[in-house]
Write a protein that binds this ligand. Sequence first.
Ligand code: PHE
Length: 343
Amino acid sequence: MNLREQLLQLATQIETEIPQLQSREDVEAFRIRHLVKKGTLQALVEQLRTVPKEDKPEVGKLLNALRDLVQSSYDSAFASFAQGASVDRIDVSLPARDEKTGSIHPITQTMDRLIAIFSSMGFEVAEGPDVEDDAHNFERLNFASDHPARDMQDTFFVEHADRSDVLLRTHTSSVQVRVMESMKPPIRCIMPGRVYRNEAVSARSLAEFHQIEGLYIDKGVSMADLKGTIMAFARKFYDEHAEFRFRTSYFPFTEPSCEIDMSCFLCKGEGCRICKHSGWLEICGAGMVHPNVLRANGIDPEEYSGFAFGFGVERVVLMLTGIDDIRHLYDNDFRVLSQFTAQ
Ligand code: PHE
C-alpha cells in the first residue's frame, strides 16, 4: 500500500472513530492513537521522504488536510467532555418538543366557512379590484351625486394624474356592478373582499376591513327568496334554531332595504354580553336590487329582479368569539392568534 492509500485509509478510520468518542477517556485514547509523536499521523509524515518527488505536493496536501481534521475533531470532542461542560445527549424518555406551526388567520377561517356555506347553496365566488372608480362604487349603485357617503369623510380617494374619480372601494357592492357587467342573469354570486373607509379606528371600527356581498338575479326573484336564503344560511352558520327579524332600512342600491337580526345564538334571546343584552344580533344589510341599479347595468327590471346582501366579516368573528375589541384581530399578538389554530 503506498502512502496515498494509507492516508485515505486512515481518513476513513478517523471518520468512523469520531462519533464513537463518548467520554473523556475515549477522547484521550484518540489523542494518543493519532496525535502524539508515536501516533499514526507522525508515522505517515515520516514516510513522506519515500514519496517520489513529483507526487510530494499532492500527498503533502492530503496529509495536512488529514492532520487538520484529526486536530479539530479532537479539539471539539475535548471541549464537550471538559470538566463541567454539559453533555448534549438525547434523553429519549423526555416528552417531544412542541413544534409551533403557523395557522390560518381567524378572519380567513371565517371567510372560508362563509364561502363554503354559500357555495353549497349554489353561489359562485366573484372578486373585483380594491382600487375602484366612482362609477362602480357609487354611480351605478344609484348613489345620487350629492350622497353624503361620497364625501371625503368616508372615502379614501387615490391621487391620479388625470382622473379625480379613483378611490378605494368603500364596500364590496362595487363587485355587484362588475358582475352585472360581465355576466347575464341568472346571476348567483358571493363577493368577498377588503373594503376601506376613512373612519376613526376604535374598538368597534377599523379603516380597513372585510365584507362578503351576495347577489342573486333571475326572473321572479322576490323578498321571500331573500328571507329564505339568509335564514337557511344563518341556521347553518350560527344556530339551527335561530329566529329572525327583518327591520326596514335604507341603502341607495336596494328597495326595499332591510337589516336582518337573528336571535342570539349564545343566550337564545335571553340577553347576554354577546348580544349586548338585547337578545338579538345584527347579521347583515340586504334588500331587493333597485330597478335603477339593474337598468344602469344593462339588465331590464321588467324582466328580472334580484336581491343583495352584505356582511361585515370582522363583526362576524367578534360575535362568534366574544372578542370585544376589533383591533385584537389585527395586532398579530400570538396570545390571540394561538387560540385559533384549530382547522
Ligand atoms: N354595501 C352595504 C354596506 O356596506 C351593505 C349591503 C350590501 C346592503 C348589499 C344591502 C345590500 O353597508
